[in-house]
Ligand binder design. Sequence first.
Ligand SMILES: *Cc1c(COP(=O)(O)O)cnc(C)c1O
Length: 238
Amino acid sequence: MEDILHNLEVIRQRIDRACLRSERDRETVKLLMATKTVSSERIKLALQAGENLIGENKVQELKEKYDDLRAIPHQAHFIGHLQSGRIKEVIRYADCIQSIDRWEIAEKLQRRLEYEDKTIDIFMQVNTSYEASKFGVAPTQAIQLAKELKTLDRLQLKGLMTIGLFSSEQEKVRKCFQLLKSIQEQLKENDIQLDDLSMGMSGDLETAIEEGSTIVRVGTAIFGKRIYPDSYYWNEGI
Ligand SMILES: *Cc1c(COP(=O)(O)O)cnc(C)c1O
């Protein structure tokens, strides 16, 4: 169990160094712990060590851990693929949904939030690697979808999220992050100002920070290897 504390220390140092190297203020980069398949006990250790942000891929897991973790101040983001049958639950258990990637789901979310008289923070997920296996709006459609999302008053669009290319070639991964950054800049020219860029994981967080990430999502490097198929890894959801 103490491996978690050690791993956290290593991750914090990696973030510190990446910020130094890219001359960024350390305060501008948050660590989100990707906690899929991790037990509440292990998540608690990390939260008690001073972290305050987790991300889950399945609504079911978010729900199961909610009671166990609610006594410890933290925020839970939903980072998996969202299906309409799970909207009711996700707005109950998540503080933010990072994976909004299509109008249909956003519109259903808006209706439900109206019904409950609530609002929720969202990010728009962009498929910057153009891989068919990944979710996210196509980069060419991103400006249009962001404009449409802005018309839904119960959804507070805070940023953009992407999963970089799964490759050991950092320069290819970097292209994905640069693309997300450029979409943020194009949106600004369209009067849509988004503060957050959620990008970078265990293997590529330094590159992501160099390219402007404000939230790195780290699982394996904190909690160790998970054992399950890749489809679950890359935000299959449910
Ligand atoms: C699992 C997951 C992460 C973390 O990936 P690691 O390589 O384990 O750090 C980040 N983002 C999403 C959407 C994930 O599903």
